[in-house]
Write a protein that binds this ligand. Structure first.
Ligand code: ADP
Length: 634
């Protein structure tokens, strides 16, 4: 037993305590994953050492053979993992093993409901890493020394996984980390070579460095104890360097969990090797679920970058556009230099061409998923659709491809679920329809019942219903798809093109002519509130409607800008009325100018309400309406 100095007891961060509690109680059905998590950490630690040693070879201290060793002691009921990676010093052990550094952790923890079934699902989004040791152990000892530090600068971290942990400074001869798990009673099945070997084969075969287990050898004659011989139990080669045909789905899935710190299998992946002017391999994954911090600015994103098999950096952001920030994976380049930095990555033209190739790969992979696994794609869209909608604005070159991946709610059904793709929409378009019609608004209920849809319902034309906050902004970047332009049905002078017959058009012109007098009267009555008054082609049931000017901001954009404190250019709506509606007929016959004024203002305000807008002067609306009601009942 070595001497321990500067011993202190420290408390875990609150979030760690919560996580520990949750983990111990919710992951019991899949206990063996603790080994995968600890091996994954050890492998990361070795990657870090290998990288740091490029600049400082002395860090290797002569021991350049990097590996992980797993051993066990049946009598003492322990399992021990040892790596000769980068190691931790005292400070690092305290922060890395006592706190969770991820941004938004506290927010995430607030989502925990106390319902273990639900929460164990959430934990998957978080990744559990080191703390999974406490699923099987009631005490964990970590001995570590950072590469380059003196042997006397080792640290011993120890905890029972309850409220606190102890740290002390100890002597440690070798760099790296040794973790001793004192198995809980009932978990001693893990102190077994056969069991450990199976778990390693199952979850960690893809780890690129050797994972060794002691070999059972008989004691030599005259010796009491057999000498320990070590045996590598995993394949120990970088998975992405192997030919696609030789990698099994399970291996791809386990590798994903290792790099993404995810618990669930990915939805899909794409593994490629590029040769020629540029040489690199890539392995890209679409996760099944959004991480809890997808919308946080500082949330980790980007790929793991290797240069000629050497790990260089995590979260290399320059290889994919922001709207694909949920993609996880690895790129391994033969062209970059080993001392490449983030700054260089941002400027390097090699990266630009890799970025466009990788972007295309991801979009192709998503297209395939949408085509072959529509149900899975639905799930993908639920999780990542909002982010994909940032695409057309960010990635001009791939606009059409991204547009094909978008999914919308529509008048065609499914109660607001975003399931309709543009290709599908066009495939069932009406004969003569050369436009893609859409309507934006606050909520599905509001747009579904909007008077703007009346004529479309009558003619049986499908309209896309867009109610995400980002939608109006998105549509300002989409002009057309497959040669068909997008038309906002609430905007401008709706022209149904070939969908209106010649007779319809003629009849409409005649009606418009006959109502010129009413149009003038309404203009006078509504005055400054409107930009224009005209006869509507949009309506069958409602008396009136407000259309947005061709160049004006829509309601959603206006509200977003207003909410962010920006000045919004003043714009007035176009008042359209339905000449066939009894209320309009009544209005047309109204002799009293006062009554005419009141009624037209009420119609105007109602149209604003139906569009989801608020009234400029609600009290005036109520006053006018009540006046009419009194007259009615008089
Ligand atoms: P994550 O791996 O997701 O960061 P963990 O809880 O698994 O979270 O580990 C926390 C941190 O502890 C790691 O990021 C790493 O800095 C450190 N760590 C864990 N295991 C080792 C190890 N074997 N060697 C060196 N550092 C380690």
């Amino acid at each position: 037993m070595s001497v321990e100095t500067q011993k202190e007891t420290l408390g875990f961060q609150t979030e760690v305590k919560q996580l520990l509690h949750l983990m111990i109680h919710s992951l019991y059905s899949n206990k063996e994953i603790f080994l995968r998590e600890l091996i994954s950490n050890a492998s990361d630690a070795v990657d870090k050492l290998r990288f740091e040693a490029l600049a400082k070879p002395e860090l290797l201290e002569g021991g350049a053979e990097l590996k992980i060793r797993v051993s066990f002691d049946k009598d003492a009921k322990t399992v021990t993992l040892e790596d000769n990676g980068i190691g931790m010093n005292r400070e690092e052990a305290i922060t890395h093993l006592g706190t969770i550094a991820k941004s938004g952790t506290a927010d995430f923890m607030k989502h925990l409901s106390g319902d273990q079934k639900k929460d164990s699902h959430l934990i998957g989004q978080f990744g559990v890493g080191f703390y999974s040791a406490f699923i099987v152990a009631d005490k964990v000892d970590v001995f570590s020394r950072r590469a380059g530090d003196a042997a006397s600068e080792g640290v011993h971290w120890s905890s029972k996984g309850e409220g606190d942990f102890e740290v002390a400074t100890v002597e440690k001869a070798d760099r790296g980390t040794r973790i001793v798990l004192h198995l809980k009673s009932g978990e001693d099945e893990f102190a077994d070579g056969w069991r450990l070997r199976n778990i390693i084969k199952k979850y960690s075969d893809h780890i690129a460095l050797p994972i060794e287990l002691p070999k059972e050898v008989a004691a030599a004659e005259g010796e009491e104890q057999p000498a320990v011989e070590w045996e590598t139990v995993n394949r120990a080669s970088a998975l992405w360097t192997r030919p696609r045909t030789e990698v099994k789905d399970e291996e791809y899935q386990e590798f994903y969990k290792h790099i993404a710190h995810d618990f669930e299998n990915p939805l899909s992946w794409s593994h490629n090797k590029v040769e020629g002017k540029l040489e690199y391999s890539s392995l890209l994954y679409v996760p099944a679920r959004a991480p809890f911090d997808l919308y946080q600015r500082e949330a980790p994103k980007g790929l793991k970058l290797y240069v000629q098999r050497v790990f260089v950096m995590d979260q290399a952001e320059s290889f994919l556009p922001l709207y694909l920030r949920f993609i996880k994976g690895v790129v391994d380049s033969n062209d970059l230099s080993l001392n490449v930095s983030r700054e260089i990555l941002q400027k390097d033209p090699i990266i630009d061409s890799m970025k466009s190739a990788l972007t295309k790969r991801v979009l192709d992979m998503l297209e395939k998923l949408a085509k072959n696994e529509p149900e899975q794609y639905k799930g993908f869209w639920k999780n990542f659709g909002q982010v994909m909608k940032e695409g057309p604005a960010e990635d001009f070159a791939n606009k059409e491809k991204i547009a094909g991946l978008l999914r919308f709610a529509s008048t065609n059904g499914d109660e607001g679920e975003q399931v309709v793709g543009l290709t599908e929409y066009l495939a069932r378009a009406k004969e003569g329809q050369d436009k893609i019609y859409f309507l934006t608004g606050e909520t599905y209920a509001q747009v579904k019942n909007s008077p703007h849809l009346e004529v479309f319902r009558k003619k049986g034309i499908e309209v896309l219903l867009l109610t995400d906050r980002i939608d109006e902004w998105l549509m300002s970047y989409l002009n057309d798809f497959d040669g068909k332009s997008f038309v906002d049905v609430a905007r401008g002078d709706l022209d149904l093109g070939n969908l209106d017959s010649e007779e319809d058009k003629k009849a409409a012109e005649e009606v418009a002519k006959s109502k010129e007098g009413l149009v003038e009267r309404l203009k006078t009555a509504l005055g400054e509130s409107v930009a224009e008054v005209r006869v509507s082609h949009r309506l069958t049931d409602s008396p009136a409607i407000l259309a947005i000017g061709e160049q004006d901001l829509g309601l959603q954009m206006r509200q977003i800008l207003e909410a962010s404190g920006q000045k919004v250019p003043d714009s007035k709506p176009i008042f359209e009325f339905n000449p066939a509606h009894p209320l309009i007929e009544k209005l047309d016959n109204e002799q009293s100018d006062e009554r005419f004024g009141d009624l037209s203002h009420i119609l105007f305000d109602q149209a604003a309400l139906a569009a989801g807008d608020s009234l400029k002067d609600p009290a005036a609306y109520v006053r006018r309406l009540n006046k009419l009601l009194v007259e009615l009942s008089a």
